[in-house]
Design a protein around this ligand. Structure first.
Ligand code: FAD
Length: 492
């Protein structure tokens, strides 16, 4: 086995990992970032689009795993999209240099201030709204579609129809910012540049237009000369040594998932940014194998961010369907959060199937009244989740209310074509929590019971944030790493 002694290791190159890498590198620290997925830019392999799933479409699977249209056989490859299947819920995650930013829809939504205060009562909300959120908007290159383009572009008929119908049903709509460059999209439409959002690219990666983390935070971090990213390096276990440093068992794989080298990394400081499920897997598995000390709250306060999918088919297409050609980038949302009885937010999602299926798709985000818990099953050496129908009762009620109101005003039926009974309670894109800030960590993400281990990713957020989460994950990571650096936690 090859042995490496390095000062600082970050595990995972999603939002938490990318922010940590940039700020540590800017502070003059040498950083090694271990990422189990592929560096797609370096590999020079194009991402596939939704209609022709290829190499990038699934993490080492024999069949494509998008929530819909799963008939495509595949040769297993270290693709960008993975699905973790639990008894009552399936969780989709991104893999590759850039983590979830490669696969996600780019919706960059700032949480409502009063809900942020409710979820994080100990954080200085004013500082977040005046400083950290504007900072991450700038770094992530968040922008908004022009109203004129939205009005004119045939690829946004689904949004125009969705908003008109929502208004008719008495709902309020909002414009949703995104990290996809809308100026680029306008050029796509005029055929001046290669197409991506207008060519059914999303969830398996975007070849153009999207400012994913490899184009923003990670690029800036690499430009400092202090960052080395090792892709296709999967960390299997973490051991704490007697001097409170860490030893990591790592497997380097090829793109078929075959191990080509076993490596050991010894590091003084460890930042764990493997995403909610990856971080929990590493902590709980390492606790079982190497007795890694764990605080009693690890795994608790986990939630699906209230994710609940639903859809509508038009029996009598009022507005002539949603359009055969659809941009993959959502720009509209329905904001019912302030309704005391049925609080929810939903994106008006595209369904770019290449034909007019006269169907509307919605990803509702609800409050999480009953949290779940992640724990370790030693027999299968895998994670288990305490999460069942009882956790989603209120979400289902909200979805039912929403669809009923939309149908009463506009016609249509609950979409049995998309989901069994019309409700996708088991689809989760936003796993959050399990290593909650200030519970199992100190106020800046340092794991309790450890001197040199920091958690910086979605697992810090207690299961809910009321909107799509990456803006909040990025802002929390900025806040934590700034304070950790200020406190000289990384002086190695
Ligand atoms: P991640 O981004 O998940 O990054 C973790 C990284 O760690 C991954 O690259 C993973 O490969 C790596 N890793 C894990 N384990 C190991 C290991 N053992 N060794 C080495 N590396 C490891 N959010 C929004 O705000 N807006 C959206 O529009 C949106 N759309 C989404 C659409 C889809 C299909 C999905 C799946 C998610 C979407 N999300 C969206 C959610 C968002 O992408 C995630 O919340 C976010 O990426 C989580 O950030 P993170 O830093 O916690 O970890």
């Amino acid at each position: 086995k090859e042995n490496f002694d390095v000062p600082i290791v970050i595990i995972g190159s999603g939002y938490g990992g990318a922010v940590s890498a940039l700020r540590l590198c800017e502070a003059g620290k040498k950083v090694i970032l271990l990422e189990m997925g592929l560096n797609w830019e370096k590999a020079g392999i194009p991402f596939s689009n939704l209609l022709k799933p290829g190499k990038s479409s699934a993490w080492l699977k024999k069949k494509s795993i998008a929530p819909f249209m799963n008939i495509f056989p595949l040769t297993p490859f270290t693709g960008t999209l993975d699905r973790l299947d639990f008894e009552s819920i399936n969780i989709w995650v991104g893999r590759g240099v850039g983590g979830g930013s490669l696969v996600n829809g780019g919706m960059a939504v700032t949480p409502k201030e009063n809900y942020f205060k409710e979820v994080f009562p100990n954080l200085d909300a004013e500082k977040f709204y005046n400083y950290y959120f504007p900072l991450v908007h700038k770094e992530l290159k968040v922008n908004i579609i022009s109203e004129q383009f939205l009005k004119d572009c045939p690829y946004y008929k689904f949004t125009r129809v969705g908003e008109k119908e929502a208004h008719k049903a008495g709902f309020k709509t909002i414009r949703v910012p995104n990290v996809y460059d809308f100026r680029y999209m306008e050029k796509e439409f005029r055929n001046e540049v290669p197409r991506s959002a207008l060519n059914t690219e999303v969830i398996y990666g975007n070849n153009y237009g999207k400012n994913s983390l490899d184009k923003t935070y990670l690029k800036k971090a690499l430009d400092t000369g202090n960052l080395e990213i090792l892709d296709l390096h999967r960390v299997d276990t973490i051991r704490m040594n007697t001097d409170k440093s860490y030893t990591l068992q790592v497997q380097q794989t090829d793109t078929a998932g075959t191990t080509i080298a076993h490596k050991i990394f010894n590091c003084k400081k460890l930042v764990l940014s493997a995403g909610t499920m990856g971080t929990l897997q590493l902590l709980l598995h390492s606790n079982a194998i190497h007795d890694l000390p764990l605080h009693k709250h690890i795994g608790k306060n986990w939630g699906n961010n209230g994710n609940f999918m639903t859809g509508r088919n038009w029996v009598k297409p009022l507005s002539g369907g949603t359009g055969a050609r659809q941009s993959t980038i959502p720009v509209g949302g329905i904001d019912n959060w302030d309704d005391a009885e049925h609080p929810f937010f939903t994106e008006i999602a595209p369904l770019p199937m290449g034909m007019d299926v006269a169907t509307a798709l919605y990803l509702l985000i609800n409050r999480v009244d009953k949290k779940g818990e992640v724990y370790y099953d030693p027999t299968n050496q895998s994670l288990k989740l305490n999460w069942d129908k009882s956790n989603t009762v209120k979400m289902r009620e909200n979805a039912r209310y929403f669809i009923r109101k939309m149908n009463q005003a506009n016609g249509g039926t609950r979409s049995h074509f998309l989901f069994h009974n019309g409700f996708g309670a088991d689809i989760c894109y936003h796993p959050l929590g399990g290593c909650v800030l200030g519970e199992s960590t100190d106020e800046y993400g340092k794991l309790k019971g450890h001197e040199n281990l920091y958690i910086l990713d979605g697992s810090l957020i207690p299961g809910t944030i009321g909107v799509n989460p990456f803006v909040t994950i990025t802002a929390i990571a900025e806040y934590c790493i700034e304070n950790l650096i200020r406190k000289n936690e990384f002086s190695v």
